[in-house]
Design a protein around this ligand. Sequence first.
Ligand SMILES: [Fe+2]
Length: 390
Amino acid sequence: MMVTWNTFSDTKESMVEFGFKVENLNMTASGSRTKFVDGGLEKHTQYIHRVTLTNLIPGSLYMYRCGSSYGWSSLFYFRALPSDPTPKGGIRFAVYGDMGNENPQALGRLQVEAQNGMYDAILHVGDFAYDMEQGNGTVGDEFMRQIETAAAYVPYMTCPGNHENAYNFSNYKNRFTMPMYEEVESLWYSWNIGTAHIISFSTEANFFSSQVVINNQMAWLQKDLEEATKPENRAKYPWIIAMGHKPMYCTWNTGVEDCAKIVGITREAFEDLFYKYGVDLYIGAHEHSYERMWPLYNNKVYNGSMDAPYTNPKAPVHIITGSAGNREPQSILLPPKSFTAFQTRDFGYTRFFILNSTHIHAEQVSDDKGGQIIDKFTLIKNQHGPEAWL
Ligand SMILES: [Fe+2]
């Protein structure tokens, strides 16, 4: 488990004290810190501390605090991930994008659920704070304090969105510590959990970064997918789930021609690659809506069968979940397209549960409707990989 925090002065040390009991935090881990200067005029400076806790006992509840002899955080807790890849209730996620410092509608419910141990991980699919660099980075500071009440209790896994692009994504790269942060500053990475291989990548590279970065990411994606689809790996982690901020399809419009034009750039860059390796589920955000689509490839709907479209579907399933709330308006409702299974502009977020190697269950929570589940679906596959498309 990686613990990341910031201090505004250089405290010289980065320590985590942890243990099984509040009165006995008998284990200590130390890490490192880096100086982060925001790109704004005031050169707002802080120190980002990172400590990795290793040799954790799967499923155990740990108490911890972070800091140093110069001062300590509040006491927090987390549960180490289970060793059983198919625990009762599945591996449980909350997933959303587009959460701001102002009007983070879904946050209150997520804080309670994260603290209550309802999730094994939270996935934030890009667009944070609106924007972290604003106020010389102080909006980012405030946003991190807001999400601490969820992110200190459960792994908070991220990918960059367009709102992170200032100063070459510096606030994103510095504030979050994802797998591969040392190599590519958390812009892309993959990890395995339960029966799933999860790929997080930057759709924004193709809008804001140099050709070198675009090429590096594509080469990494290709290599990662090749590795993940080797028979021995896919047998262990049959589900391949990709998350990137911008969707590949949508029927909404946030003011510009998103669904007509912008998503096409993402689709052209990544869709063929994901189809080729049999990616099962693509999670996007960016549109301030929730939209569930029929299995889709190359603008065409590929149902498994008419009465059970999510049973052995013939193409990846796409969802958009960008409704966590921010200062911008929700998306405008446009008529559904042929690929639309469900759409809503209610604020909210998605829960999904990887039950085992054949079943994923997902549900959409509406904050407008007091936490009511307004959509759900089960993705059933007894064959994974590109051969499943045949
Ligand atoms: Fe966005």
